[in-house]
Design a protein around this ligand. Structure first.
Ligand SMILES: NC(=O)c1ccc[n+]([C@@H]2O[C@H](COP(=O)([O-])OP(=O)(O)OC[C@H]3O[C@@H](n4cnc5c(N)ncnc54)[C@H](O)[C@@H]3O)[C@@H](O)[C@H]2O)c1
Length: 261
């Protein structure tokens, strides 16, 4: 399987690294508009292979011809939020970038599955679907895995248990209209609703909705990438034929753009 990651910034580079280290792809190709950036990052990653024990099958390029025939393309190209910005503030600039990169990706990899990461997520996923012309099953916006992981972590922190013992799921948009589901939220199999009071439940849900902004405010420059890249790696393994786990992905058509499909 060939995986391409478009955009070699914080999210793109850490996603490529996680996919390579987990051995999820025969080849990982990183692309960026900045000359030599993906090449330098890929070389640095390959040099870590002897220590970390993975196959050094990552390469960087500025030429989409090198991505030809990709099975999976993760699109992270675009500006991240700065403190005080909403994801929608990125709309205009990132729409131009998505139009540019998706056109090139689709031309070189007509059978690929696209996982869109660039914000504002729902709008960029819809745009990627329009520009590529791919069937809806092959264009996903990925934040549900990330939002669910954040909620699981906050629950584990609240109850002082390992995150592996907390289960939770969010649906809907990546932002204020996100829907944390009460029923699948459990700790060691016990319903969360029996372990915390209503006020704590609401606090955990709201912190999850605001989790991206919390990190942007702390970093003061750019947005989160460790948890986002872990979510992308998880989505990549679920999208490959090597795994059949359930992933929570964003619907193709954002509610802002019209009738949901
Ligand atoms: N969906 C999510 O859950 C989620 C989580 C975190 C970040 N994000 C979003 O992901 C995007 C990337 O975040 P980041 O922290 O990696 O930003 P970053 O600034 O570190 O990296 C972005 C990269 O995109 C590249 N780029 C810009 N235009 C390009 C083009 N036309 N072709 C190829 N590459 C191009 C830049 O050169 C840069 O290297 C942002 O829009 C951010 O908001 C989404």
């Amino acid at each position: 399987m060939r995986v391409t990651v478009v955009g070699s910034g914080f999210v793109g580079a850490s996603t490529a690294m996680r996919v390579a280290q987990k051995g999820l792809a025969d080849e990982v190709v990183m692309v960026d508009i900045i000359e030599d950036l993906p090449q330098g990052l890929a070389l640095d990653m390959r040099e870590s292979a002897p220590i970390e024990g993975f196959e050094p099958n990552v390469r960087g390029t500025n030429d989409y011809a090198d991505t030809a025939g990709s099975d999976l393309v993760v699109i992270t190209a675009g500006l991240p939020r700065q403190p005080g910005m909403s994801r929608m503030d990125l709309l205009e600039k990132n729409a131009g970038i998505i139009r540019d990169v998706v056109g090139k990706v689709a031309g070189h990899s007509p059978n690929a599955i696209l996982i869109v990461v660039t914000n504002p997520l729902d709008e960029m996923t819809f745009l990627a679907s329009e520009v590529s012309g791919f069937s809806r099953e092959r264009v996903m916006g990925m934040a549900g895995v990330l939002d669910s992981s954040r909620l699981r972590y906050f629950i584990s922190e609240e109850l002082s248990v390992s995150p592996s013992r907390a289960e939770a799921m969010t649906l809907g948009s990546h932002g204020e209209s996100m829907v944390p589901l009460p029923r699948p939220a459990t700790v060691e199999g016990k319903p969360l609703t029996e372990l915390v009071d209503r006020a704590a439940l609401e606090r955990l849900y709201q912190r999850t909705r605001d989790a991206g902004a919390e990190i942007v405010a702390l970093l003061k420059k750019g947005s989160a990438y460790y948890a986002p890249s872990a979510a992308r790696r998880s989505a990549a393994s679920s999208s490959s034929i090597r795994s059949s786990s359930t992933i929570s992905s964003t619907p193709r058509r954002p509610s802002l753009a019209g009738t949901p499909t």
